[in-house]
Write a protein that binds this ligand. Structure first.
Ligand code: REL
Length: 947
């Protein structure tokens, strides 16, 4: 290496050392050399070139207001850029800001990594003589805007300050660390949201607060988008038409630098409503092409020079499939005609205008049948409306100039059921699916359906953060997103506790959308599932309330909107459904508690209304009125009910006197009426440690009961007592003193009706191995608790935290590896189990409802026990719509394999990698004991860890 080259290499290294990517640049205490934004009450002045973009002037005003909100000291803004004084803040677009261009020309500002890039910016303290100037230089207008807003957020102004009332944290002083800080370019070029399904909530709110969905609302949305470094919007379209409703809408979008589109089924920048308003005859290209062409021509004429992405193609009117018999040829002609309109109106080659073709629902079939659009058009792949990507480009596909995008959903109107009330989106699952998409080359457009916008604040933030920088989040750190996000809204102090609430509530809501909950969701009798679900949510609600109470009063509205409301509302909803289920069951058993449960269902239902009422009318002084107008109780099919309807309840007449009844875990029967033998689920060291007997009253008078057994090591929580309504008696085994082997112990319940004998079966095998023990003829193992994870050359398994319905998941990475032939030393997860039973074993793999995104034979995994050859199981063997509906409603797929167990003892279950993209949540080995439940048997324990 020549001396000069060495110097060059060293200075490159130095340069690399001083330029930092996307890091914290703001501090609140002074370090030597720092640039001061506000120091000792004196704010710096913000300069922009008056010839720079409108957006740059606008962000300088936002920054001015933000600095004032943070420090109380309001900076001046100025266009006097000829002689920038020491301490000036300069915001500008390269090529549009004379002072920025001058600094570049003077070689004081190196923009070699910025100029010509998409939405890239550099924040740098530039020293010129005795002067220090803070320069925010954008490669384009959005780059400059994002730079200024990056400072705002780092100073403590949340993008959600207005949309979720997040307070601005007060600081006395604000500084910028010296050095150069480079941000961008973004991982995904167009990143945006779709306001959709906006009645009744968003429409009611906008009507009351803005007199319609007009530019005043949109300006708030544009600002929010920019503060989250987004650039793209599909506007509200239920009864609304962006361009037609308010002529200022498109003008303001252009000024704010927001790229506008129309939804997947509204071609040529014209809203469906516009056809309703002005369309001539029917929406059918076979019979009405001239009218449609004229209609679309107007759409492109209105586009003018506004940055837009034009949706092309066509679906039937009102987002339905086109008429039967519509074919590839017709659709290809439609696209060709639309592109001709584009060329005619713009006078440019059609490829000069960004376009997308959305492969939504049946449109993907056209694609599969071979239909293609010109390569400059972005292929907008879609999820299944339930957050599972349907199709990704094949890794072998040649790069298309138009690239690929994805249309994703956080809210949906359609089957198997609408979900449009509260946030039900899991951040880890969104990460996992969008990671998959990005790794397969989907990086041109990411757009997500966000319903009414509120209350989707958390997933919107994540979607856009991730689209901005996909390298930042991975399986190893995605579990911390909620805590980091909480810190951005509420400060560090409570962020871990708030992050936990956010993760926990979204995990619970994602496993079954509230709209799909019913009294039948969770099992009342098996695994104590229904009670556990209620207790889990109630505990979370208590924690949330306690955190809320600890936060300063100024945070209460934001905390309620972003954290507490969904927890309170869903905790109440779960409790209501379980109370309704119990009411029905108790009525059948004649329990005297029946009528009280009916009353509690009424109270929960009323409470639900009060919660919405509070959100609408009192929260933030009524700022969000109507945002909680969405009905959510009483669904009978996919479409929402017109009103919330309380679940049916029963009341019974209670006989006088004291009348004892006995019910036990695992059975819907009750004694003494029932003639079958009452048998409790088996006691095992490795299963649930507690089983219960309910002693209840069918009459009006309290009575005395006694529960006894001859086994001193079988502990009875309350051997005697008085029953007014019902007492739950908990039975546990003192394993240290219990005899080894299998024992049957009769437990006698005595009361006014005589005696009921309940049989307790105890299996005591002892400890000593790290294997999962069998309990009640069941072994249930969370995927992340493998005994061994064996990867391969450049292939490894990662735990994706909290992606499961009530656990984490494990998946193969990188997701782009070729399918693996399982067997021998190939990648696998191993789980050691101890089986005390022999015979046929059913092995269920609980998997996230990932779709066959390759469009091939489906995704597979391999499975074996001990030295069996791996069975290759397709997770998509049932391709019916019914199977898909079930998988998204239950948020799980549970393929089954069968294995023959010939001897008791230790065995190894092997889950073999075949296709990447498969996410394993848990494995359940059924030796004949698995009971019906929603979530499946809770995890059994490992023998070594049992006492
Ligand atoms: O969620 C979707 O993607 C679609 O169902 C909607 O985009 C659709 O346009 C609907 O709002 C009605 O027009």
């Amino acid at each position: 290496m020549s001396f000069n080259k060495k110097i060059a290499a060293v200075s490159l290294l130095l340069f690399a050392a001083t330029i930092a990517h996307a890091q914290n640049v703001v501090s609140f205490t002074h370090q030597p050399g720092d640039f001061s934004i506000v120091s000792k009450g004196h704010p710096a002045t913000i300069y922009t070139d008056r010839n720079d973009y409108w957006l740059v002037q606008q962000v300088s005003r936002w920054l001015q207001a933000d600095v004032a909100a943070v420090t109380g000291a309001q900076p001046d803004t100025s266009h006097q850029v000829n002689q920038l004084p020491d301490g000036a803040i300069l915001i500008g677009t390269i090529g549009h800001s004379a002072p920025i261009d001058q600094l570049i020309a003077e070689k004081k500002l190196d923009v070699s990594q910025v100029a010509g890039k998409w939405e890239t910016f550099r924040i740098q303290v530039v020293s010129s003589g005795q002067k220090n100037i803070l320069v925010i230089a954008g490669s384009d207008k959005r780059g400059a805007a994002f730079g200024a807003l990056e400072l705002s957020e780092q100073m403590g102004v949340s993008p959600w300050y207005w949309w979720a009332d997040v307070p601005v944290r007060q600081r006395k002083e604000v500084y910028i660390a010296k050095g150069a800080h480079l941000f961008g370019p973004p991982s995904v070029k167009y990143r945006g949201i779709f306001i959709n399904d906006e009645a009744p909530a968003f429409s009611g709110w906008t009507k009351e607060k803005f007199n319609g969905v007009n530019h005043l609302v949109y300006e708030k949305i544009f600002e929010l988008l920019l503060r989250m470094k987004a650039n793209y919007l599909w506007p509200a379209m239920w009864g609304n038409a962006f361009n037609d409703d308010d002529t200022l809408n498109p003008v303001m979008a252009d000024r704010y630098g927001i790229v506008m589109g129309t939804s997947h089924h509204e071609p040529m920048l014209r809203a469906q409503q516009e056809w309703k308003r002005y369309g001539n005859n029917i929406w059918n290209y076979e019979t009405n092409a001239p009218a449609l062409r004229a209609f679309w021509t107007t759409g492109i004429e209105h586009m003018r020079n506004h940055e837009s992405i034009v949706t092309i193609g066509m679906r039937g009117d009102g987002d339905k499939p086109m008429t039967q018999g519509s074919n590839v040829e017709l659709l290809e002609k439609i696209v060709a005609d639309q592109r001709k309109i584009l060329a005619d109106v713009t006078g440019k080659d059609p490829s000069a205008t960004p376009q997308l073709w959305a492969l939504y629902k049946e449109v993907q079939d056209y694609y599969d049948k071979g239909m293609r659009v010109p390569p400059d058009v972005t292929l907008l792949l879609c999820d299944d409306n339930w957050g599972n990507v349907r199709r990704l480009p094949s890794l072998a596909d040649k790069k298309r100039p138009g690239g690929y995008g994805i249309y994703y959903h956080f809210d949906y109107v359609g089957g198997p059921r609408n979900y449009k009330w509260l946030n039900t989106n899991s951040i880890p699952r969104t990460w996992e699916q969008m990671h998959l998409a990005y790794q397969y080359g989907v990086d041109r457009i990411w757009i997500v359906n966000v319903g009414d916008l509120k209350p989707m604040e958390l997933p919107i933030s994540f979607f856009l953060d991730y689209a901005w920088d996909t390298h930042k989040w991975n399986a190893g750190n995605i579990g911390s997103y909620t805590t980091q996000w909480a810190a951005r809204q509420f400060g560090e102090k409570e962020s871990a506790a708030i992050g936990h609430i956010l993760s926990a509530y979204t995990q619970i809501n994602a496993r079954r959308k509230p709209e799909l909950l019913s009294p039948d969701t969770y099992s009342l009798v098996n695994y104590n599932e229904a009670n556990r679900a209620v207790e889990e949510y109630a505990a979370l609600n208590k924690q949330a309330a306690a955190i809320g109470a600890r936060l300063p009063a100024g945070y209460h509205d934001a905390f309620y909107e972003l954290v507490q409301h969904p927890v309170e509302a869903c905790s109440n909803l779960n409790a209501m459904y379980v109370a309704a289920a119990k009411n029905k069951w108790y009525a059948a058993q004649g329990r005297s508690m029946t009528n009280e449960l009916a009353d509690s269902v009424k109270q929960y239902f009323k409470k639900d209304e009060e919660i919405s009422q509070y959100y609408n009318t009192q929260l933030a002084g009524g700022k969000w009125d109507h945002m909680m107008d969405q009905t959510h109780i009483g669904y009978t099919y996919w479409q929402q009910p017109p009103n919330n309807t309380m679940p049916a309840v029963k009341t019974i007449s209670i006989s006088s006197g004291a009348r004892m009844g006995v019910a036990i875990e695992g059975s819907t029967a009750s004694w003494p009426n029932d003639t079958a033998v009452a048998v409790l689920p088996e006691f095992s060291e490795y299963g649930r440690r507690v089983h219960y007997i309910d002693v209840f009253n069918r009459g009006t008078e309290p009575f005395k009961y006694e529960v006894s057994s001859s086994a001193s090591w079988l502990h009875i929580s309350a051997p005697t007592g008085m029953v007014a309504k019902e007492n739950r008696i908990l039975l546990t085994v003192d394993w240290k003193n219990a005899p080894m082997g299998i024992k049957q112990v009769p437990v006698t319940v005595s009361g006014p009706a005589g005696k009921v004998v309940v049989q307790a079966n105890i299996r005591h095998l002892g400890n000593g191995s790290a294997a999962f023990g069998e309990a009640d003829k069941t072994v249930s193992m969370d995927a992340a608790h493998y005994t061994r994870a064996i990867g391969g050359n450049d292939i490894h398994w990662d735990v994706v935290p909290e992606i499961g319905r009530n656990s984490s998941g494990v998946a193969l990475f990188p997701v782009t590896v070729s399918p693996v032939v399982p067997g021998g030393s190939s990648p696998r997860l191993e789980y050691q189990v101890y089986l005390s039973d022999t015979g046929m074993a059913k092995l269920y793999a609980y998997l996230s409802p990932t779709l066959d995104f390759n469009g091939g034979e489906g995704l597979h995994y391999g499975i074996s026990i001990d030295d069996e050859a791996p069975q290759i199981i397709s997770i998509h063997s049932d391709k019916s719509n019914r199977a898909w509906e079930q998988s998204v409603a239950d948020e799980i797929r549970k393929p089954l394999s069968q294995h023959h167990i010939t001897k008791a003892g230790i065995h190894t279950v092997r889950f073999w990698a075949v296709d990447p993209g498969v996410v394993l949540q848990k494995l359940v080995l059924d030796m004949g004991g698995v009971k019906p439940s929603y979530l499946g048997p809770p995890e059994t324990s490992r023998m070594a860890s049992a006492d």
